[in-house]
Design a protein around this ligand. Sequence first.
Ligand SMILES: [Mg+2]
Length: 486
Amino acid sequence: MRTVPSILHIDMDAFFAAVEQRHKPSLRGKPVVVGGVGLRGVVSTASYEARAFGVGSAMPTALARRRCPNAAYLFPRFGAYHEISQVVMGILREFSPLVEPVSMDEAFVDLEAMTQGPPKDEQEVRAHARRLSALVAERTGLTASVGAGTSKLVAKVASDADKPHGCVVVAAGSEQRWLDPLPVRKLWGVGPATADRLHTMGATTVAELRALGEHELVSLLGNAWGGQLFRLSRGRDERVVSAEREAKSVSVEDTYPHDLMDLYSIRAAVTELAERVVRRLREGGHTGRTVTVKARGHDFTTVTRSETLAGPTDDVRLLLPAALRLVDGAAAAATGQMRGIRLLGVGISALAEYAQGDLIAELEGLGEYTPQGAETDEAHAPPAEPAPVPAVTMYGPVPEAPEARHWLAGQDVRHPQWGPGWVQGAGLGRVTVRFEGPDTPPGRIKTLDVADPDLEAVDSAEVARAALPQEADIAAERPAGPDVGG
Ligand SMILES: [Mg+2]
């Protein structure tokens, strides 16, 4: 156990929405929702102004529109976010070579690995955290929240404790006391299904969860997850900050102390596993396309079933129905006529970075979500090759078909007469553009023909680069501090 809270977790505040507000002056101080804007779209990020109306991440966009009809609903511009993410990760590496990016807007930094030596005490950690936060603001124009603790768990929970622009350092030795009053949902990996089951057991806070005891948690949630959750509830987390993480697939599995005997408990367990796997997927900034369910019967017969979705996604509402369909078949095959499932697992493979199934489906006109069955029994066939990811990149401009230009809300454009702008909406052969750029005053709206040959799509990464403070300005302002080695 560390005696100095030297693990930092940094998390950009409402990242996607904040970038949109930075690049689109007319949206500053206004509700902004970034995500899939179609019928089945899901909110990725809501600005704080939109959160005040009850809009939040992973909510169906249709519901968000009912709660906050006046928000700007924008497609993500991953190229721009990626560009800014690189700047943030670069700042973190100036502090310590040991940086573990979790997603585009989130990373762990281990200050023990600092080139000029680890921080000696909590005050030094706090000074580094403040400086880091100041540098991010200066070089990106955006705010971040920083948490520090003796473990990744505590650092992560701490960065979330005082958003936005927070800085929370949890002193070594006070972890348990600090975690105790928090809701169980704050603990790593606890999704709605786990939280519901814990609430049923009378545990709404971390202290109550801990009071249930390890034995109770294991019989409720299985060996691996129940045991891990008990350790987390005590602030115990041995995971190290690791600079290399390459995952081709993510999966979670659990063995149960008592065989699961009925479909109801099997389905409840799969729901929990699916939520955990989606969390892991999102933490890695990934989406996946092939869902695999593994079931092991009482006699160790192991069956896996998989299904490939129409497009990659990180939406549990798309993945869970597939997992539930698969587990019915897998459980039946693993147990035969006989009772009892002792192990279940849920995995997702064919990972893609930062692409969203609903967006891809909308872009490609794939329409309805239609899973394509692809079943394999582990005993008889080798695991299926992951299905290829559709060749749609979310980094650059949207691919253009010359005959029908497809403008997306939020997309960057330029017009020789009106200058830089972004698409507010399109339909009925017209496209509405607000002509403004990151460094102009709020601009005016013009309505143009969708086929207007003068209207040009612009790469969002280019817009992001141009909006960053220039290198020369930064070098002049760079305060003395940790070595900027390498
Ligand atoms: Mg964030």
